[in-house]
Design a protein around this ligand. Structure first.
Ligand code: AFD
Ligand code: MN
Ligand code: MN
Length: 402
């Protein structure tokens, strides 16, 4: 029996069961194929912890190599057409040429991420720094990134500030808020129509006493004041232990301020592990809120689904494939929850039936569904095995060791 025959057989049993549950698998397949996940250029390069960087043979070093690896992930999954850039890590002289190179590989350039955390001047902050000169430097960098957005036809400026303080009394909390609002307003005024500024929050790190954008409430308040081109970016690793992230997702989606996600997973802090490796059910519940929210035509479906991970202990491209496959499978599970039955149970206050309906989706083995979608779209049903057979890793190790 060939691999395709194996998966087709398993899919037939899956489809029969889901049809009996009243699930429209054609619409599920359409949603899965339309669900694009942006991969981060920095996820293909060497990275590390604050205690050291660990290199891997074949790791991408140039923007072009990162795009080549990202294009391989897109070829093997069919749902990763764009690649987020980090400036200056991915700075080039000619962004039009980089866009053309990306297009030649079958991908496009995605969100532009300014770097406001590595220059020595940013020690006391960037946009919140007490020194007007440092704030001006940070603003200039953000303006440069907005210009790059226009050359790469990127729709999202993905803004994360490391700004904060380490000691009580180090700076005035409200004055930092005022500096931040003024600077974000200046950047916002340059965001082209049809593009967005995604304001990412993070509870702590690298600052340990205060962080100037520490939680979703601050990001939401800033975005509300800035205007409709500013939306909140949720990074899963940026919350206190036990935070109910799916609640935040539902609230921001309903408020029209959910801009996007940086997917990863963590055990304790912002560990940037591969999404779903620690808490897969949380990601399922996040997707459930999205699926439910998108049944409301008032709500904006344009959410940026991005990975933000650091692959130290895993080979980078395989870790990226694992993450994309996990998100596809989790979205499929969320789509297998029967909305009508769930609603009925909720209105009847039948907690058991409501939870059982959620679990009917979560517990479904969706691998045959994903495999069939890939087979029907000319993609190998097993992307990681296909990558291992492709010889791509051996090729780039040889090419990049020169
Ligand atoms: C770090 C930050 C944040 C940011 C990312 C890319 O914690 O998540 O989005 O770097 O700049 O992970
Ligand atoms: Mn992030
Ligand atoms: Mn992070």
């Amino acid at each position: 029996m060939t691999m395709d025959q194996k998966w087709t057989k398993r899919y037939e049993a899956f489809a029969e069961h889901q049809a009996a549950r009243g699930i429209d698998l054609q619409s599920v397949k359409k949603s899965i194929l339309a669900h694009h996940i942006e991969t981060p250029s920095w996820g293909y390069a060497d990275s590390g912890t604050r205690f050291g960087t660990f290199s891997q043979a074949g790791a991408a070093r140039t923007a072009q190599q990162k795009l080549a690896d990202a294009a391989m992930v897109h070829r093997l999954t069919g749902v990763c057409p764009s690649v987020a850039l980090h400036i200056p890590w991915d700075k080039v002289d000619d962004y039009a040429a980089l866009s053309q190179y990306a297009a030649s590989l079958g991908v496009t350039l995605g969100a532009i991420n300014p770097n406001l955390f590595q220059e020595t001047e940013y020690k006391m902050g960037s946009l919140c720094n007490p020194s007007e000169k440092v704030r001006a430097k940070a603003l200039e960098h953000c303006y440069e990134c907005v210009e790059i957005m226009q050359k790469t036809h990127s729709k999202n400026l993905s803004l994360w500030l490391a700004d904060g303080t380490d000691y009580p009394g180090q700076d005035n909390i409200r004055e930092r808020k005022h500096r931040l609002e003024e600077c974000l307003g200046a950047i916002y005024d340059r965001i082209p129509n049809g593009s967005r500024m995604l304001v990412e929050y993070k509870m702590f790190e690298p600052s340990f006493y205060t962080t100037d954008i520490p939680d979703w409430g601050v990001s939401y308040s800033l975005c509300k004041k800035l205007g409709e081109k500013a939306e909140v970016l949720i990074d899963l690793g940026h919350h206190a232990q036990g935070t109910n992230i799916e609640f935040i997702v539902a609230y921001l989606l309903d408020e029209g301020k959910l801009g996007g996600f940086h997917f990863n997973n963590r055990k304790y802090a912002d560990d940037d592990l591969t999404v779903g490796c620690i808490n897969p059910y949380e990601v399922f519940l996040i997707y459930r809120e999205l699926v439910d929210g998108w049944t409301d035509p008032r709500l904006n479906p344009d959410v940026a689904f991005m990975l933000d991970q650091s692959h130290i202990m895993k080979p980078k491209i395989e870790a990226m494939l694992q993450s994309v496959i996990f998100l596809q499978e989790t979205y499929a599970k969320a789509l297998l929850v029967h909305a009508g039955r769930l609603k009925e149970a909720q209105l009847a206050g039948d907690t058991i039936a409501a939870e059982e309906e959620l679990k009917a989706g979560y517990d479904a083995d969706v691998k045959p569904l994903l495999a069939m979608i890939r087979i029907e779209n000319g993609i190998d049903p097993e992307p990681i095995a296909a990558f291992r057979k492709s010889g791509y890793m051996e090729k780039i190790i040889k090419e990049r060791s020169k």
